[in-house]
Design a protein around this ligand. Structure first.
Ligand code: OSB
Ligand code: MG
Length: 374
């Protein structure tokens, strides 16, 4: 797989409605797309960094910098036997998992197309349909949240996750649980609590939640082990886990009983597969998290969710929940039973709407291998 050309671009997309988490509100997304070309084949990846360093340390702009000044110059002109060789190539670059993931995943799409197989098959996925869930932003009041949950359930979604923060937690969860006593329900605090809040978090135990996601600090695995000993609800780690070693430390420390795998946060498909396999061996369920992705990131999430071990519904939902117009065709849709069918054509399996992408591109950077120019 000769990497003859790399194109990095920033696109602007507006979410249909603002999404509020404990760390802020977002509506206007600044998304980086990576297109890698070689051997007459192209592949697409998406950088899932946020606009500000509030979820993790990366941003759209740090990823632009790291890809432009470090990753692309290393990769251009290289001949890789497989996309899984990419992490070794960029090993000298510390951190910046989301920047790396955007590039690596483009190579996975490219490799799958070169081999003429669907990406999910190349990854080792064994199912052609995945379970879909939704993540609901923080709301003004419990009534409007309950109404929204009802609408999502109507669409078939198999699990509902509620964003919470101090002051907007127990009352909201109680209202939803009262209206929907048997649904699969979870909460996500995005690091909004401290160990001093253990008594408050214990109150969530009565609602039979599937999990509470990342209640404590984004980098504190040890703190979560202290909390997990004090709550009955399974803790799921998101922000804390950016490689397989972190996952193993968390499992050994009993800091969580479930792990959320996000391609961007862990640096791409290669590390995600490794983590998935390590968790499967230890009987720790995993699921695919979301980062308000465009269709390209979503398509990668769908492919990853087919791997064994992804036994819980992910935050992978229909395109139209996020965007008036997605950048892939067909848009991602959810069946009445709350599943997403996995496309079987080579690569990501969706058509890329290049004209629309051009329209919403605000800046670009291109690299071409020297031999390709001559
Ligand atoms: O913690 O899972 C999270 C969105 C942005 C940043 C962090 C998170 C989220 C979500 C949205 O929960 C999931 C989605 O893409 O629908
Ligand atoms: Mg989360």
């Amino acid at each position: 797989m000769k990497i003859e050309s790399i194109a990095l671009r920033e696109i602007h997309m507006r979410l249909k409605s603002p999404f509020e988490t404990s760390f802020g509100v977002v509506q206007d997304r600044r998304i980086l797309l990576v297109e890698a070309i070689g051997d007459g084949i192209n592949g697409w990846g998406e950088v899932t960094a946020g606009e500000s360093p509030a979820y993790n340390a990366e941003t759209t702009d740090t990823a632009w910098h790291v890809i432009s000044d470090f990753i692309a110059p290393l990769l251009i002109g290289k001949n890789l036997a497989a996309a899984s060789e990419f992490p070794k190539l960029v090993n000298q670059i510390r951190g910046h998992e989301m920047a790396k993931s955007g590039v690596e995943n483009a190579l996975w799409d490219m490799e799958a197309k070169l081999r003429g197989v669907a990406l999910y098959k190349l990854l080792g996925g064994a199912v052609d349909e995945i379970a879909a869930g939704v993540s609901l932003g923080i709301r003004e009041n419990p009534e409007s949240l309950v109404k929204r949950v009802g609408e999502e359930l109507q669409s078939g979604y198999q699990r509902v996750k509620l964003k919470i923060k101090p002051g907007k937690d127990v009352e909201f969860v109680a209202a939803v649980r009262k209206e929907f006593p048997t649904i699969r329900l979870s909460v996500d605090a995005n690091s909004a609590y401290t160990l001093d809040d253990a008594v408050q978090l214990q109150k969530l135990d009565e609602f039979n939640l599937l999990m509470m996601e990342q209640p404590l600090s984004w980098d504190d695995i040890y703190g979560h082990s202290k909390l997990q000993a004090q709550v009955r609800t399974a803790i799921c780690l998101d922000e804390c886990i950016y490689n397989t070693n972190h996952a193993l430390a968390a499992i050994e420390m009993k800091a969580c009983r479930i792990i959320n795998i996000k391609l961007g946060r862990v640096g791409g498909h290669t590390e995600a597969r490794k983590m998935q396999a390590a968790c499967l061996r230890r009987h720790v369920p995993v699921w695919c998290g979301g980062m308000l992705e465009s269709g390209i990131g979503r398509a990668h999430n769908i492919a990853m969710s087919t791997l064994p071990g992804f036994t819980l519904p992910g935050d992978v939902s229909a395109s139209h929940r996020y965007w008036n117009e997605d950048i892939i065709e067909p848009a991602v849709e959810v069946t009445a039973k709350g599943t997403i069918r996995v496309p079987s054509t080579p690569g990501l399996g969706y058509a890329i709407k290049r004209d629309y992408i051009e329209e919403i591109t605000v800046r670009r950077n291109n690299w071409t291998a020297r031999s390709a120019v001559n």
